[in-house]
Design a protein around this ligand. Structure first.
Ligand code: HGY
Ligand code: MN
Ligand code: MN
Length: 406
C-alpha cells in the first residue's frame, strides 16, 4: 500500500506532500482508496459529502465499527498524517481475516475528505458536514486562493455537491469510530509503548488578521511618513509568540499574504492567519484577545488598521471515557495522551462514540516532510487496531492479544 501511495501528490523539491482537497493529487489518493476496497471485495460508496467508505458486512445492520482517517495533506506534509490511519485500517482488516475473526457487526473503513483544510481554510470539512457542524450554506461560501468555491471544486472533481450537508442516518449506523494516527509529539518516544490512546483534543481555532496601511514607494517615502502594515504584522507575530509561551499555549502565524507583494513597495495589506490552541477554552480566548489587543495598540502607533475575523473554532474534545479506557485496557495498559492536533474523530465524537490510537513518532515532527514512524511501530499499530476492532466488532474471544502493541 505504501509503495503505491508514495508518489501520489509528492512535491519533489521538499520531499513533502501536496494533496489538497478535490485536486488531481486528491483524486489519485481517492482512486487508490477505491482500488484497495475493491481488491478486498469490500462494498464501496462515496457519501453525500464526498467521504469514501468501504464495508465488510452490511452497514444497514447498524452498530458498525468504523476505522480510518484522511488522505489529504497540509502544504508539504509528511507521509503519515492521515494515510497511516487509512493504510492501517485496511491492514487491520487483512489481519482480522488472517486471524479468522468473523465480526458480528459491520466493519467500515473511511477516508474523510478535506481534513487539513489546506485549500479552503477550514479543517475537517467532510466530517463537519456529516456531523452537522458545518452547514451546507457555510460550505458553499468556502473558497480557495483562486476564488474557486468548494462546491465548484467538488463538481470539477466529479462529485455532485447538491447533497452536501448533515448525514445523521449514516452516523446513526456507526456504533464506534476508531481513528489511528501518527503521534504528532514525543509523548511515546523514549517509552516502551509503540501505541497510545487519545484522551482529549485541545480547543483550537483559526483567526484571520487583516492589517491595512498605505501603499507607497520603498525608496522615496521617509520612514517617519509611512503607514506600513508589515510593521504591525511583525509586531503581532512577536507578541503572539511571547503571550502563548507565557500562557503555556500555542500561537502560530504560518500563512501570510501580502498586497501588492512588490519588493520596492510598502504593502497596502498584510493578511496573516493565526492558528491558536490551548488546553482549555478560557486560556485560548484570553490569549487570542491579548494578541488582538497587541495588534490594535501597535496599529495605532503605525497609523494602520487591523481587522480580526474568526474563521473557525473547535471546542475541547474529551473522548468517550468508557471507550478510551476499554481500548487502553485491551492494549495492555496503553498510555492516555492529550493532543493539540485536530482530528475527524474529535469532530465525530459528539455524534458517535469515538476513540483514537496514536503510533509512536520518534522525532515528534509532523506537518512537515521529516514526519516519520518506524516500521515496527506501524506494524504494532496495525495489530493494536485489529485487537480493538475484534473487541468492538464481536468474536473478540477468538483473538489472541498482540504482544507488540503495549
Ligand atoms: O491542524 C490540525 O490540527 C490537524 O492536523 N488537522
Ligand atoms: Mn494534520
Ligand atoms: Mn491527520
Amino acid at each position: 500500500m505504501w509503495r503505491e501511495l508514495r508518489p501520489l501528490g509528492r512535491y519533489a523539491p521538499s520531499g513533502g506532500y501536496r494533496r489538497f482537497a478535490w485536486t488531481a493529487a486528491d483524486a489519485d489518493c481517492r482512486a487508490w482508496f477505491r482500488a484497495q476496497a475493491s481488491a478486498r471485495g469490500l462494498a464501496y460508496e462515496t457519501d453525500r459529502n464526498g467521504n469514501q467508505w468501504a464495508w465488510l458486512g452490511d452497514p444497514a445492520a447498524g452498530g458498525a465499527v468504523v476505522t480510518g482517517s484522511h488522505l489529504d495533506s497540509v502544504p508539504d506534509g509528511g507521509a503519515f498524517d492521515g494515510p497511516l490511519g487509512v493504510v492501517s485500517a485496511f491492514a487491520a482488516l487483512d489481519e482480522l481475516r488472517a486471524r479468522g475473526v468473523r465480526p458480528d457487526r459491520p466493519l467500515g473503513v473511511v477516508n474523510f475528505g478535506d481534513e487539513e483544510g489546506a485549500r479552503f481554510g477550514l479543517a475537517c470539512v467532510g466530517s463537519r458536514l456529516a456531523a452537522g457542524r458545518l452547514t451546507a450554506a457555510a460550505a458553499h461560501e468556502l473558497t480557495d486562493a483562486d476564488g474557486v468555491t468548494l462546491p465548484r471544486a467538488m463538481e470539477r472533481a466529479g462529485h455532485d455537491p447538491g447533497g452536501i450537508g448533515p448525514d445523521p442516518e449514516r452516523l446513526a449506523r456507526i456504533g464506534a469510530f476508531v481513528e489511528l494516527h501518527v503521534e504528532q509529539g514525543v509523548a511515546l518516544a523514549g517509552t516502551d509503548h509503540a501505541v497510545g490512546v487519545a484522551s482529549a483534543i485541545w480547543p483550537h481555532g483559526r483567526w484571520r488578521f487583516d492589517f491595512r496601511g498605505e501603499a507607497n514607494h520603498a525608496g522615496t517615502t521617509r520612514m517617519e511618513d509611512r503607514h506600513d502594515p508589515m510593521l504591525t504584522y511583525a509586531h503581532t507575530v512577536l507578541s503572539a509568540r511571547k503571550k502563548a509561551a507565557q500562557a503555556g499555549a500555542r500561537a502560530t502565524f504560518g500563512k501570510v499574504a501580502v498586497e501588492p507583494n512588490g519588493v520596492n513597495a510598502i504593502p497596502s495589506l498584510v493578511r496573516g492567519w493565526l492558528d491558536s490552541r490551548a488546553a482549555d477554552e478560557e486560556t485560548l480566548h484570553t490569549l487570542v484577545a491579548a494578541v488582538e489587543q497587541a495588534a490594535r495598540e501597535r496599529a495605532r502607533r503605525d497609523g494602520t488598521a487591523v481587522e480580526v475575523t474568526r474563521e473557525s473554532m473547535t471546542p475541547v474534545v474529551d473522548f468517550d471515557h468508557a471507550l478510551r479506557d476499554r481500548l487502553a485496557a485491551r492494549l495492555g495498559g496503553a498510555p492516555l495522551l492529550p493532543t493539540g492536533a485536530g482530528h475527524d474523530a474529535g469532530i465525530l465524537s459528539g455524534a458517535v462514540p469515538a476513540a483514537m490510537l496514536y503510533v509512536r513518532n520518534p522525532t515528534g515532527v509532523s506537518h512537515a516532510p521529516a514526519e516519520s514512524a518506524d516500521e515496527d511501530d506501524c506494524a504494532a499499530g496495525v495489530r493494536a487496531l485489529a485487537d480493538v476492532l475484534a473487541d468492538l466488532g464481536g468474536d473478540g474471544s477468538s483473538v489472541p492479544r498482540s504482544e507488540g502493541a503495549a
